[in-house]
Write a protein that binds this ligand. Structure first.
Ligand SMILES: [Zn+2]
Length: 330
């Protein structure tokens, strides 16, 4: 039974100032270590095996409050930085790499956008103008609106990002036709980041050997689908295909997967996907709903906090999420 489990989600963990892309939003190494220190003071960190047992066995009780670490998208940060830190502390976590990025050496569209924005962070106006001129070439074929109409509709700054970033993200992640989105993202990535996508992918993501090494050391490896699609937007046969190809990939990492875990890309899922996953032996699924997991949660719909929802120094006073978890102690 799952009781009072705080699952924390991480993406990049790196000291961005020392990389070629200082604009990437990442958890720095000292704040990652500080957060682990905080978590170890206030929670019992559980292993993937303990989660599996809690899901299978209604009489098995997790320690309370419990926490579990999850790392999405298979960045090489996870092997280089996270893995040794966890191993030193005798901790484990669940890592969810994207099969296609690793098997085909391609960079995820969402990562391409991050790196374009980071490379051009002081010249975002130039990227917007470049996008406009690319759109001029496709306007007729795709029956697009005018550049001004898109800008007026989408360029709304929020408390985290300026108008240009919001505009570029909305256009390239959501509003343009899907085929055109990936075409334009590729063009911008080639122009502003690199023409050698394969070399960039090899640097950005872990490889199979590294995943095997981590799995052998007790780290959990979860499926994150094959293509990193929004799974709820797919047809059932397409969903089944993502599940099957994701599992084929897991089998290359860990040989046998009698039971497996699923991290839904973007947290996107629907009832059809859950039932296909369950039929295929999935025992736990991670969403991006922000909450603490309790037994009424379907184990295929486990919520997660973002790393930014918790303090990053061991001596910080418990924040609201921790007070909530601590007061749940039976
Ligand atoms: Zn992801």
């Amino acid at each position: 039974m799952i009781t009072n489990l705080t699952i924390v989600m991480y993406h990049y963990v790196r000291d961005v100032g020392r990389t070629r892309f200082p604009g990437i939003k990442a958890r720095s190494v000292p704040t990652f270590q500080g957060q682990l220190d905080y978590l170890r003071r206030h929670y019992r960190l559980i292993s993937p095996a303990e989660l599996a047992q809690a899901v299978r066995d209604p009489s098995y009780r997790l320690p309370s409050p419990a926490a579990l670490l999850t790392f999405d998208d298979g960045y090489s940060d996870h092997h280089e930085t996270v893995f040794p830190i966890l191993a030193d502390l005798g901790l484990t976590g669940i890592f969810a790499p994207v099969a296609k990025a690793i098997l085909e050496g391609s960079v995820l569209a969402v990562n391409k956008i991050h790196f374009v924005l980071s490379a051009m962070q002081d010249r975002l106006g130039e990227v917007v103008n470049e996008l406009f001129s690319l759109l001029d070439g496709y306007r007729q074929a795709y029956q697009l609106d005018s550049n001004q109409a898109y800008w007026d509709r989408l360029a709304q700054p929020n408390r985290f990002d300026p108008a240009e970033i919001i505009f570029l993200k909305r256009m390239l992640q959501r509003d343009l036709p899907e085929e055109l989105r990936s075409l334009l993202t590729d063009e911008l990535f080639r122009k502003y980041v690199t023409a050698d996508e394969r070399a960039f992918a090899a640097e950005l993501y872990m490889n199979l050997d590294q995943l095997r090494e981590m799995s052998a050391a007790g780290m959990g490896i979860a499926s994150h689908g094959y293509d990193h699609y929004w799974l709820a937007t797919l047809t059932e046969p397409q969903q089944a295909d993502q599940i099957r190809k994701g599992l084929d990939f897991l089998n290359q990492v860990t040989n046998t997967q009698p039971s497996w875990m699923f991290t839904y890309p973007y947290g996107s899922h629907n009832p059809a996907l859950l039932s296909l996953a369950r039929q295929a032996g999935c025992i736990a699924g991670f969403t991006t709903e922000v909450a603490i997991a309790h037994s009424p949660h379907d184990p295929l719909l486990l919520p997660r906090l973002d790393t930014n929802d918790l303090p990053t120094a061991g001596d910080t006073a418990p924040n609201d999420w921790t007070i909530k978890a601590t007061s749940n102690v039976p």
